[in-house]
Design a protein around this ligand. Structure first.
Ligand SMILES: O=C(O)c1ccccc1N[C@@H]1O[C@H](COP(=O)(O)O)[C@@H](O)[C@H]1O
Length: 217
């Protein structure tokens, strides 16, 4: 079983280098001003250069317009764009056409019905990402450190390739992998000591838990 591991919301050279040393396959940079993980594209560009060729560089944006995406793409030259807002299938098609980049489309999930929305993106999004629905009082569509019921994903067709995110951490990632069998996992706040501050020890423990889960699979 092959499992991609994406670490998201990195802001320092130390955290980027550590994620790479642990074997992260994807490194995400957040471009959303309200997030404690927001990074200016010019700073992300410097960090992305450390990642290039070692893992996939992922830009994470929320309902960004073309100008915003252009600036990000110019400065970080990502491998993939994660669209974490309410982007419609037409908008995803348009982003792909304009940028020429593959898109990871995020969906917020809290109940079985939420999975129906993915049908409209079939053949359009290059990869799906399932995150928990944001709590009502949150200003963030992701990065809230909350999980959803992974058993809901059992209803998906076996061919659906997706990444799982939402509140994953060293204590629950093994169970998440065992229940959902995702093609990839994505973690942000679960490897932080405080919002936006990545903790190297938590990153170590997270990857150790992932390795244990993979050995057991
Ligand atoms: O992390 C953020 O601050 C963020 C802001 C806006 C959109 C997406 C964001 N992060 C994504 O959220 C999920 C889950 O994060 P967590 O592990 O629950 O903290 C992940 O896909 C991040 O890419």
């Amino acid at each position: 079983m092959q499992l991609d591991v994406k670490i998201c919301g990195l802001k320092t050279e130390q955290a980027v280098d550590h994620a790479l040393s642990l074997g992260a396959t994807h490194v995400g940079f957040i471009f959303f001003a309200k997030s404690p993980r927001h990074i200016e594209p010019v700073d992300a560009g410097r960090l992305a250069d450390r990642v290039r060729g070692k893992a996939k560089i992922v830009s994470v944006s929320v309902d960004a317009d073309n100008d915003e995406l252009d600036e990000i793409i110019d400065l970080i030259r990502p491998d993939m764009l994660q669209l974490h807002g309410k982007e419609s299938p037409d908008r995803v098609l348009n982003v792909k056409a304009v940028t020429g980049l593959p898109v990871i489309k995020a969906f917020s999930i809290s109940e079985a019905n939420d999975l129906k929305r993915i049908e409209a993106y079939d053949g359009i999004a290059d990869r799906l990402l399932f995150d928990a629905k944001a709590p009502k009082n949150s200003e963030l569509p992701g990065g809230n450190g909350v999980s959803f019921d992974w058993r809901l994903l059992g209803a998906l067709d076996a061919h659906v390739d997706y990444m799982l995110s939402g509140g994953l951490n060293k204590d629950n990632v093994g169970e998440a992998i065992a229940i959902a069998h995702p093609g990839g996992i994505d973690v942000s706040s679960g490897v932080e000591s405080s919002p936006g501050v990545k903790d190297l020890k938590l990153m170590d423990e997270f990857f150790a838990a992932v390795r244990r889960a993979m050995q057991a699979a």
